[in-house]
Ligand binder design. Structure first.
Ligand code: SAH
Length: 475
């Protein structure tokens, strides 16, 4: 067996990254763009000791769960991994991914999970759901300015202004930016040399408000003819905020620290509706949010409504409780909770997001939510220590509920440790990475908590990602 050999494989499983897995002469092969049940011909690309990678060349027999990808770039683009799978099998894959991680890394038994796991919450339409996109800008082989998406595992840009996961207006914005750049001879940033000006175009769209935000990330402080750009962009219906973000670092981090509005408002607004968790239908109750370019805001607002309604349901608030909401972003979950709690304390690391959170409390007439700037693993122990010594409000010491919604790397050990010391009745853990979730649940279980409910919420159709919501109770 060697590189470039053609082999026949039956796909029997999927990796956590969404690659199909098949066996050939005792070796395990990973093949992108395949579905469980496919019989395929594949070319060996890379061989390791007992596994390898192969490229799908031909489908001999298609799995019943295979569908025609929506987007012509589905295979090349690094954005989607599962477009070739029916949406039901995507959901089954995600539920299995959560279950496998909890068993493998969290020390749960199969039986235990059968008791507590509820069916994953799917989307009505797994396309056109993203309210935010960050498009890299660069050059094609002929030196034309292009924008689109990175090809899988590389930083080569596939020109595409019309991503199937995004909103239709993205295309109009991107075409406008490209024609402005051509007309004004504005350069695109080149990673290899660190030269060139325009790095990324960030677009956000309020699904409820229909407000649009455009932020150009530039490798410098000035954009030639920025007035001209604003002139062109503001004609797009819904345009509300146009800004420039300065990022002169050689880094993969998209946004720099400094943002300057060149037209319109600094932020856009959007609203999220509370839903009934029995059937996830919308109630009439909504919360309004203002969002800055730098702030985190969930990218799939319709599924976010389901997720937050689930969080509120798991938190089981009666109006008397004190709640900590850690990693609170712009206060989205905090404000959902505040209407049903006595007091909510939020903690967030991004200064702009904390400003937004405070403004959002005001916007919604919520007076019982307070927000603190800093790392959860520093702010929480600090207040715990102070409250214990009588130097902070007593209700901070032993909250009834703690909600956490950390980034992919999960919670810091110091944060988990303090949560345990605080002995809340319930902990609601919202996670975008079930592997780090499993690791953290193991710690919380060891500290006297039991997992009562686990439910996946699909925020990211066509990709391998899934959000998980977990309820823990004190034993
Ligand atoms: N709950 C919010 C945000 C979740 S995303 C929502 O649903 O919209 C995770 C958030 O954690 C981001 O806003 C990020 O800026 C913040 N964050 C990252 N590391 C942190 C830390 N160590 N302490 C506090 N917040 C952190």
């Amino acid at each position: 067996m060697q590189k470039n050999d053609m082999i026949e494989l039956t796909i029997t499983d999927l990796s956590v990254e969404g690659s199909g897995i098949g066996k050939f002469q005792g070796m395990t092969f990973f093949v992108k763009d395949t579905v469980i049940g496919d019989v395929i011909f594949a070319k060996i690309m890379k061989l390791k000791k007992n596994y390898g990678y192969a490229r799908l060349m031909e489908i001999k027999e298609a799995s019943p769960n295979r569908v025609e990808p929506h987007c012509v770039y589905a295979r090349a683009c690094g954005g989607c991994q599962l477009q070739q799978m029916s949406y039901e099998s995507q959901l089954a894959f995600k539920e299995k991914k959560i279950r496998d991680n909890l068993i493998r890394l969290g020390g749960f038994s199969k039986e235990e999970l059968y008791e507590v796991m509820e069916p994953v919450v799917g989307m009505e339409h797994p396309f056109g759901y993203r309210n935010k996109a960050q498009f890299p800008v660069g050059y094609d082989r002929d030196g034309n300015v292009v924008t689109g998406f990175y090809a899988g595992r590389t930083h080569n840009i596939i020109p595409n202004t019309d991503c199937a996961l995004g909103v239709p207006v993205n295309r109009m914005v991107l075409e406008t930016v490209l024609s402005y750049m051509r007309a004004q001879r504005v350069s695109a940033y080149q990673e290899a040399t660190g030269k060139g000006l325009v790095r990324h175009v960030l677009i956000r769209c309020g699904f409820d408000s229909k407000e649009i935000m455009v932020c150009l990330v530039i490798n410098g402080r000035e954009l030639p003819g920025e007035g001209k750009l604003a002139e062109m962009l503001k004609k797009i219906p819904g345009m509300t905020s146009i800004s420039l973000n300065v990022n002169t670092q050689k880094t993969n981090v998209i946004l720099g620290r400094e943002t300057r509005t060149i037209w319109g408002r600094d932020t856009i607004k959007d609203a999220l509706y509370l839903r009934n968790v029995s059937d996830f239908s919308r109630t009439g109750k909504k919360t309004v949010y203002q969002i800055s370019p730098q702030s985190f805001y969930q990218v799939n607002p319709l599924q976010t409504e389901k997720l937050y309604s689930l969080v509120l349901d798991y938190a089981a608030l009666t109006g008397k409780e004190t709640v900590w909401d850690l990693y609170c972003g712009i206060g989205t979950i905090s404000l959902f909770l505040a209407a049903n709690a006595r007091k909510v304390y939020g903690v967030e690391i991004v200064p702009k997001a904390v400003e937004d959170a405070r403004e959002n409390a005001r916007l919604n007439g919520i007076g019982n939510a307070e927000f603190f700037l800093g790392k959860a693993e520093e702010v929480l122990p600090e207040f715990y220590g102070r409250a214990k010594a009588g130097g902070a409000k007593e209700d901070m010491l032993h909250p009834d509920v703690i909600v956490v919604d950390p980034p992919r790397k999960g919670c810091d050990e110091k944060c988990l440790d303090t949560m345990l010391k605080m002995r809340p009745e319930r902990i609601v853990y919202v996670s975008c990475d079930s592997a780090t979730l499993a690791r953290d649940l193991r710690v919380l279980k060891g500290g006297g908590y039991e997992v009562r409910k686990v439910r996946g919420v699909d925020q990211f159709g066509e990709t391998v990602h899934v959000e998980t919501c977990v309820l823990l109770g004190r034993k």
